[in-house]
Design a binder for this molecule. Structure first.
Ligand SMILES: [Mg+2]
Length: 126
């Protein structure tokens, strides 16, 4: 298993304050992370750098989290290296009713915003 420091991580989040909060937390944990400000940018970056972990905000401009996830999964299917990014939906609040849609789009897990250090550590340990 890779240690968190070796993981390629992407945060897809349009809100600048949430981005800054995430950068602070990642820095504290000693983990590097790229940032995309919308779903299309997340997809573009993914094509260049196949991330191990993607934290995907649900609501973003251009392409939202669901659409970006669908595009990434379609891309993975076409690619021949069997890479599967672990995609975690970042949700603003209780979304139990949306979970099915998220899973259908290809997301692997859910995390409630704001990002918290202990939840990230738990995620890294998987
Ligand atoms: Mg958002």
């Amino acid at each position: 298993m890779k240690s968190p420091q070796d993981l390629k991580i992407l945060l897809a989040e349009d809100n600048k304050i949430n981005q800054r909060l995430a950068v602070m937390i990642f820095k504290k944990l000693g983990v590097a992370c790229d940032i995309a400000s919308d779903g299309e940018e997340a997809f573009q970056l993914y094509q260049q750098r196949q991330y191990d972990l993607i934290l995907m905000d649900m609501q973003m401009p251009v392409l939202d989290g669901l659409e970006a996830t669908r595009k990434i999964r379609a891309f993975e299917k076409e690619a021949e290296n069997n890479h599967h990014a672990f995609i975690v939906a970042l949700t603003a609040n209780e979304v139990s009713e949306k979970k099915e849609v998220c899973i259908e789009a290809g997301m692997d897990d859910f995390m409630e915003k704001p990002l918290r250090e202990n939840l990230l550590l738990k995620l890294f340990s998987r």
